[in-house]
Design a protein around this ligand. Structure first.
Ligand SMILES: Nc1ncnc2c1ncn2[C@@H]1O[C@H](COP(=O)(O)OP(=O)(O)O)[C@@H](O)[C@H]1O
Ligand SMILES: [Mg+2]
Length: 359
């Protein structure tokens, strides 16, 4: 029997005019999974979510919820809880009425509605605020009401569009943990949309990285960060140095040796076997390098001169120019506890980890 998924988006495309807003998008989400769609503004995240929610019908492709095709069904016939980016609470309705609205559409009896509203408010720690109006609530509380409204319908899945992005940083981090805890304890399947890479990495089982309506990579947080499928993914998730080079050698177990423009040899993880001599990019994150203080010459080292020293509290960032490649500027990041180097210092850099991308 074919495996069924809580949410299955199959080859969905959507055009406005002659622009592909979604281009052959497929996403499969298993029961209880927390999936994040991550990408820059305008890449099609909201459109993806709206296709799943039933607010947009794709030009081609299929949407299924728990094995039932819903591609053309209206939102209220999908049993999906939706949390919109701007909360979308009705300002003239109390908290109770905001939550009860979707339950009335579903024709639930009065006592059942009251019970569900109370239960949903309890889940988001807003017990007793039934009679407040949205304007009488803080941003964080409004966000919780929006969440409770999605939970009240007892949804098969919940989809959330940048639910935390209107909040200040501390509250955002607090709610991130709360939301993740709620998802875990309820075991409910969630699809979460964000442009914030930290949010995506810290909350998700799987991250879907999008650019211009196309999926670039779907993988767990560690894989998208440490084994990015291409330069876009590498650059969008955290900071990365891109060093042009060519393949000097393929080695077993997905490893290889890259020769950089200045002649240095660096071993790296390869996305597969790549013909020797091919031009590639070496991706090295700032924390994947350390300044060598031992003075021993070994492999995987780069000679460089410090051009900038930036103290950031817990870490120090260095801008480095590689020897024999003066146009290069490479950033390296270390814990601030060791001895610090100054602009003009000659240093040897150990490359601890690196990955190769071809596009
Ligand atoms: N109704 C529409 N008509 C024309 N273009 C649209 C419409 N809705 C969205 N778009 C365009 O589709 C692209 C993706 O939008 P959206 O899915 O909202 O992106 P995101 O949520 O990732 O910021 C944007 O370039 C946007 O301008
Ligand atoms: Mg959006």
């Amino acid at each position: 029997m074919a495996e069924t998924f809580d949410i299955e988006l199959l080859n969905c495309s959507k055009r406005y005019g002659d622009i592909n807003i979604l281009d052959d998008v497929s996403i499969k989400i298993k029961t209880g999974e927390f999936i994040t769609v991550l990408g820059p503004s305008g890449c099609g995240k909201t459109t993806t979510l709206r296709v799943i929610g039933g607010f947009i019908i794709p030009d081609s492709g299929r949407v299924s919820i728990r094995g039932r095709e819903v591609t053309t069904l209206p939102p209220y016939r999908r049993n999906i809880g939706v949390v919109f980016q701007n909360y979308a609470l009705w300002p003239h309705m109390t908290v109770f009425e905001n939550l009860a609205f979707g339950l009335r559409i579903r024709k639930l009896p009065r006592e059942e509605i009251a019970r569900r509203v109370d239960r949903a408010l309890e889940m988001v720690q807003l017990t007793g605020l039934n009679d407040r109006y949205p304007r009488q609530l803080s941003g964080g509380q409004q966000q919780r009401v929006a969440m409770a409204r999605a939970l009240a319908i007892d949804p098969e899945v919940i989809i959330l569009d940048e639910p935390l992005s209107n909040l200040d940083r501390r509250l955002r981090e607090e709610l991130r943990i709360e939301l993740k805890g709620l998802q875990r304890s309820l075991g409910v399947t969630m699809l979460f949309v964000t442009h914030d890479q930290e949010e995506a990495l810290s909350m998700s089982d799987q991250v879907v990285v999008m650019k211009s309506g196309r999926i670039q990579q779907i993988a767990d947080p560690r894989t998208v960060y440490e084994r990015p499928a291409n330069s876009f993914v590498a650059g969008f998730l955290g900071s990365a140095n891109f060093l042009p080079g060519s393949v000097a050698e393929n080695r077993p177990a997905g490893k290889g040796v890259i020769k950089l423009a200045n002649g240095a040899l660096v071993s790296a993880t390869m996305p597969g076997t790549i013909e020797t001599g091919s031009n590639v990019k070496l991706v090295v994150r700032p924390e994947w390098m350390l300044i060598d203080r031992s003075g021993t010459a070994a492999g995987n080292q780069l000679q460089a001169t410090v051009s900038e020293t930036i103290y950031e509290g817990s870490v120090v960032r260095y801008g480095l120019k590689l020897d024999h490649d003066p146009s290069s500027l490479v950033f390296l990041q270390e814990r601030s506890s060791g001895d610090t180097f100054n602009p003009g210092d000659k240093v040897t850099v150990d490359v601890i980890s690196a990955v190769v991308t071809t596009e």
